[in-house]
Design a protein around this ligand. Structure first.
Ligand SMILES: *Cc1c(COP(=O)(O)O)cnc(C)c1O
Length: 469
């Protein structure tokens, strides 16, 4: 398999070459030159596999330049009951007749991002040990991603993480989760300012190409291809868990922000997994719901992004969306370049009435959005009916999923975080805090390790220069 860019300006490259990268050199996103498809009988042959075995069977199709034994060892090391708190890795819980919760949030930071990020940590370390290189990961976080990256990279050889967060602006739980890490390769930098100040600092440092090259600065944001690939696995796992026949269709409801999670579901479908509907759910920040209803993709200025009670879905644009549009546009990079030129010039493109939007409609996507009130109502209703407490992001997915449910088609709602991460919202919905998983009871009392800094580019570069690997 070779990887190409959605903008057409990159020489085809194997998996190992694109693994550590963010954007392709031409500003596009990397994508396989053709999706692998399932051989006859292959799916039924996967019915008895454990999670790491299934992950190996799927990922070897995408990472076909890594030695099979090495890849298998990486899967065995990543997907363990010690890290994900059950052999199932992604356990299934019934919510109602024909409706299930697919638990993706049992990794170290209690959100689905751990499933891909934990693998990324091991893949990065493996690759760097082979090439003799090293990497300084530099990023900004308002909570979920940075924490997941730190837990994936802690203690990894040849990798250091410099993570900026807005000083005193994260929840106590999130702050404790990140700052309690004592690993010497993790640097928590609390910036006096807001999240946008942190992001501006990352941008400013990344635009200095010399500095970036000299200190081997990299990122782990959601456009990383390996993260998307790792997420394909649990669509198969969920499908295998609720079906007995190989042609049985299942629908998935996915709480969405940057389109990384549901992009993986779309690729699973393209590979031949019998997925009927991909039900995309947004919160009040409905960039993607608007597109799937109307064909208009309109990014929002950052000051128009609402701060909601499902904060990990508060996005102004969907960074993985270009991969999907590349396919809808018949894989013509000239069309993709033109569409994103329009986004840059006037903030939107409009595919309504086009052949591309016809392809979008045919691809199985439906969508919907929810409000704070919808989330509160959904959390209450699910708790009343099943005794299960879901978090606010998962509630967005369940709400929209149930609206698009069809008789006789199993519906799998992806659980993207545990309620313990969003205690205040659960108290608001249910009048009491959610249970915390074992080991997290007193996380706020642990000693914290972080450095407070000004939002100053020169000071930031100086800090990295002194602490880089
Ligand atoms: C990141 C995140 C999402 C959104 O996922 P995308 O891949 O960006 O669409 C949803 N829920 C939670 C809890 C998240 O952390």
């Amino acid at each position: 398999m070779r990887y190409i860019s959605t903008r057409g300006g990159m020489a085809p490259a194997p998996f190992s070459d694109i693994l550590l990268g963010g954007l392709a050199p031409d500003g596009g996103l990397t994508i396989p030159d053709a999706y692998p498809t399932l051989a006859p009988g292959e799916l039924s042959g996967w019915r008895g596999l454990s999670y790491p075995e299934l992950a190996f069977a799927i990922l070897r199709k995408f990472a076909d330049d890594l030695p099979a034994d090495d890849l298998r060892a990486l899967m065995d090391k990543t997907y363990t009951a010690a890290i994900f708190r059950s052999e199932a890795i992604t356990p299934l819980t019934p919510l109602a007749d024909g409706v299930w919760l697919l638990g993706l949030s049992n990794g170290p930071t209690l959100a689905f991002k751990d499933i891909a990020m934990q693998l990324l940590g091991n893949l990065f370390e493996y690759t760097l040990l082979k090439t003799g290189g090293h990497l300084n990961i530099f990023g900004a976080t308002s909570g979920d991603t940075g924490s997941s990256a730190e837990y994936a990279m802690r203690g990894k050889r040849n990798i250091r993480v410099f993570m900026l967060s807005p000083h005193r602006k994260m929840s106590r739980f999130q702050t404790a989760q990140m700052f309690s890490l004592q690993d010497p390769n993790i640097f928590n930098l609390a910036v006096r300012g807001v999240f946008d100040d942190c992001q501006d600092l990352v941008k400013a440092v990344s635009q200095d190409a010399d500095f970036k090259a000299r200190y081997a600065i990299g990122t782990v944001n959601s456009i990383n291809w390996a993260r998307v690939a790792a997420q394909i696995v649990y669509y198969f796992k969920g499908w295998l868990a609720v079906t007995a026949r190989d042609d049985q269709e299942v629908s998935f409801a996915v709480p969405s922000g940057n389109f990384g999670n549901i992009c993986a579901g779309y690729i699973a479908k393209r590979m031949g997994l019998p997925i009927r509907r991909l039900i995309l759910a947004t919160n009040e920040n409905n960039v993607l719901d608007e597109f799937f209803r109307t064909g208009v993709y309109r990014v929002r200025p950052t000051d128009q992004v609402a701060q909601t009670s499902s904060p990990s879905m508060d996005i102004s644009k969907a960074s993985n969306f270009e991969r999907f549009i590349f396919d809808a546009a018949g894989r013509d990079p000239a069309v993709v370049r033109e569409l994103w030129r329009q986004v840059d010039a006037r903030g939107f493109f409009d595919l309504s009435g086009s052949a591309a939007f016809h392809a979008v409609r045919a691809s199985g996507f439906v969508s919907g959005a929810s409000t704070h009130q919808n989330r509160m109502d959904t959390i209450r209703r699910i708790h009343q009916d099943s005794g299960i407490v879901i978090d606010t992001h998962t509630a967005d997915g369940v709400k929209v999923g149930l609206e698009h449910r069809e008789d006789g088609v199993p519906l799998l709602c992806l659980e993207t975080a545990l309620p313990a991460k969003f205690e205040e919202s659960i108290v608001e919905a249910l009048g009491r805090p959610p249970e915390r998983p074992t080991g997290y009871e007193n996380i706020e009392a642990l000693p914290q390790r972080f450095e407070v800094m000004d939002a100053d580019v020169a000071a930031m570069k100086n800090y990295i220069a002194r602490h880089a690997g």
